[in-house]
Design a protein around this ligand. Structure first.
Ligand code: ZN
Length: 165
């Protein structure tokens, strides 16, 4: 890719979703009920509550993401997303799973943990050059901002997430 953007070409509606709207807000879907909520940018770090179901908007546990839901779940997320590329037959992936569960709960509202099954979703895996699993890639909107390969210790994952502001 000669333009330096790694082939990531967000659709116009993607950009609109995670950029500020005219009133300094972002629109995102509630993890509990799926309804759209508008959140003021300044309140994003406050782990906001859904205006429809009154549950927390951002998930407390890892969410499943597929090639089909990638744009909505990852690129349009107003908070950073750590995507775990995994497969059920992968032992090291299973070892990392409880760590990701714990991080999703502790960092709820600050980072979204997403899991993508590479066998069922080869499009996303090849698009991001995932050749071995587990691979964890941290995204902010459509942009990759960090990458971890292998079943790294929890402390390493936490340290990388601490760098994201
Ligand atoms: Zn809701």
């Amino acid at each position: 890719m000669s333009d330096g953007r790694s082939g990531v070409a967000p659709a116009p509606r993607t950009i609109q979703a995670w950029r500020m709207d005219g009133n300094d807000g972002v629109v995102t879907s509630c993890a509990a009920c799926g309804k759209r909520n508008r959140i003021l940018r300044a309140r994003l770090q406050d782990d906001p509550v859904c205006g429809h179901c009154k549950q927390k908007i951002f998930p407390r546990k890892p969410v499943l993401v597929t090639d089909a839901t990638w744009t909505a779940q990852v690129e349009e997320s107003p908070i950073p997303v750590l995507v775990d590329f995994w497969a059920p037959w992968c032992g090291p992936c299973r070892a990392v799973a409880p760590v990701l569960d714990a991080i999703a709960a502790e960092r709820a509202g600050r980072v979204k943990i997403a899991k993508l099954n590479v066998d069922e979703n080869p499009g996303s895996a090849s698009r991001f050059g995932v050749q071995a699993i587990p691979t964890m890639i941290l995204f902010r909107g459509p942009q990759q901002i960090d990458q971890l390969r292998g079943a790294v210790p929890r402390s390493v994952i936490e340290e990388r997430l601490d760098r994201v502001r």
